[in-house]
Design a protein around this ligand. Structure first.
Ligand code: 13P
Length: 246
């Protein structure tokens, strides 16, 4: 039985003050969701992890925090990086790795992403490993090959029972162009087959909104979502977390 994970990736948004205000609105709106059938995760910027970890402690047992990245070393001369030990201290549960933005802007490789994912698992963090093709790759019929390579290289040596994969087609991120639900479901099914573990959690990400969440979550191979823009408003995100299958 796969438990869906609804995650909000705030990217480089929200000061600490804004983050606390957000949680004050969000938490009461989550109180009615069926608690045992899904988990809700927020990935704020690093600066907001500490105040949020203090704020949510004891308030809601199915709401947890994720970092937006994690380094493979515990400490050292790695300016601008964050260590898994620093995240452990704040009761962070997950770590996003391999998001297409650091892949694109900072040329992150599958090898680095693999090291980050392993480091997360070595420190009891669940890596949310992002994969997905560009528009050109899809147009050229290369989407499956690209995603398969990201899966094989990014997940080498990874414990599949403590893993979340997010399929995020790059052309659907922040563009308003959601991947058609059946097509997203087909790719998520392929990813599951390539990983070879039926119970791996596979999310979809890319222009998820309150008006398409119910359809997306009705798909058989989609076990949750990774939401960017629409997670920045707590009322909107609460509607997404409160999805109902159709
Ligand atoms: P949007 O929901 O804004 O398209 O972003 C998706 C994403 O990148 C989540 O990690």
């Amino acid at each position: 039985m796969r438990k869906p994970v609804i995650a909000g990736n705030w990217k480089m948004n929200m000061t600490c003050t804004e983050a606390i205000e957000y949680m004050r609105v969000l938490i009461p709106l989550l109180n009615d969701i069926p608690k045992k059938d899904r988990e809700v995760v927020i990935a704020p910027p690093f600066t907001a992890l500490y105040p949020l970890s203090e704020f949510i402690r004891g308030k809601n047992d199915y709401l947890s925090l994720s970092s937006q990245n994690v380094h493979w070393e515990d400490s050292g001369a790695y300016t601008a990086e964050v260590s898994p030990l620093m995240l452990n201290e704040l009761s962070v549960k997950c770590a996003i790795v391999g998001h297409s933005e650091p892949r694109k802007y900072f040329s992150e490789s599958d090898e680095q992403i693999n090291k980050r994912a392993k480091s997360a698992q070595d420190h009891q963090l669940i890596p949310i490993v992002c994969v997905g093709e560009t528009f050109q790759q899809r147009e050229m019929g290369e989407a499956e090959r690209v995603i398969r390579r990201q899966i094989e290289q990014g997940l080498e040596g990874i414990e599949v029972k403590k893993l979340i994969v997010a399929y995020e087609p790059i052309w659907a991120i922040g563009t308003g162009k959601t991947c058609e639900a059946n097509e997203a479901n087909r790719i998520c099914g392929l990813i599951r087959k390539w990983i070879g573990y039926e119970d791996v959690i596979i999310q979809y990400g890319g222009s998820v909104k309150s008006n398409n969440i119910d359809e997306i979550m009705s798909m058989s191979d989609i076990d949750g979502v990774l939401v960017g823009g629409a997670s920045l408003d707590p009322t909107n995100f609460a509607r997404i977390a409160n999805y109902e299958k159709i």
